[in-house]
Design a protein around this ligand. Sequence first.
Ligand SMILES: NC(=O)c1ccc[n+]([C@@H]2O[C@H](COP(=O)([O-])OP(=O)(O)OC[C@H]3O[C@@H](n4cnc5c(N)ncnc54)[C@H](OP(=O)(O)O)[C@@H]3O)[C@@H](O)[C@H]2O)c1
Length: 307
Amino acid sequence: MPRAVRFDRYGDIDVLNVVDVERPVPAPGEVLIRVKAAGINPGEASIRKGLMHERWPATFPSGEGSDFAGVVEEVGTDVAGVQVGDEVIGFTDERASHAELVVAPADQLAPKPAEVSWEAAGALFIAGTTAYAAVRAVGASAGDTVAVSGAAGGVGSLAVQLAVLTGATVIGLASESNHQWLLARGVIPVAYGDGVVDRIREVTDGRVDAFIDTFGGGYVQLAVDELGVAPDRIDTIIDWDAAQRYGAKAEGTAAAASADVLAELARLIDEGRLEVPIAKVYPLEDVRDAYGELERRHTRGKIVLRP
Ligand SMILES: NC(=O)c1ccc[n+]([C@@H]2O[C@H](COP(=O)([O-])OP(=O)(O)OC[C@H]3O[C@@H](n4cnc5c(N)ncnc54)[C@H](OP(=O)(O)O)[C@@H]3O)[C@@H](O)[C@H]2O)c1
């Protein structure tokens, strides 16, 4: 029987188990994929802990995971353009990708370019589409100075690169250990913590046009009150209260969740213009360790499960 992650109640990483499950069957319009790699995301940890119960409740037993890349194993009826053996990048809305087999609608798949690694492809959906949405939301373009908090995290590491591709000057807030990585990608690194506003002003001559907040914890307020960024040029992917309070944007995955965006991001990776940094790869069976690492919140790029 295929293996998949399951949890039966809200809790810490020890509620996560990898168990035998029934083989999923693709309905009309769906495809069965053998998962080669699947990214993990902080939102999944929040859901599993019950912190999102009001917004996104779990039903038990629950699976988890949206991101995946893999090989098509079976094609349901009413599917055109996808064949057994195709290598694909995709997403599921059913909390189901942390598994050996996943079913997904055919229109939630993009072809995986041969040169894009399984790890990068499998980690692309949530972080990639969120970064894409955020850069678009703030309207980054040549001549702008754009600051990004959490600049080396899963979303931030992609957002800074996409912002650089627009021609903008990009400031990345990150700890010292990530500064070389950011510099090498054309991003001006700035350490967060006490004095961050002065350090940002120093490298920008005081002008910041747009702000992408991937961390929360007061960056929206800092952008408006201290850096003078217009609220409609701020996007936060986590601090919804601040977005409401200040009139900032809160565009994330939902604003860009499509096969077309996945295909565009995959093309950028294939062309060598975008890199998905892979912090660590864990076997599916070690899902608890993978989230243990993620929840320390200092990974550069993405953590990936390999079934
Ligand atoms: N709205 C949406 O659609 C959406 C989609 C995806 C994610 N999210 C949310 O967005 C957030 C980021 O997701 P992610 O996958 O990028 O997370 P992640 O990879 O875990 O982010 C880790 C990053 O946070 C940084 N960090 C840690 N402490 C910090 C601090 N005190 N100040 C500033 N940065 C700090 C770390 O920087 P250093 O290592 O440099 O210290 C690290 O680069 C999560 O809360 C997630 O739930 C929302």
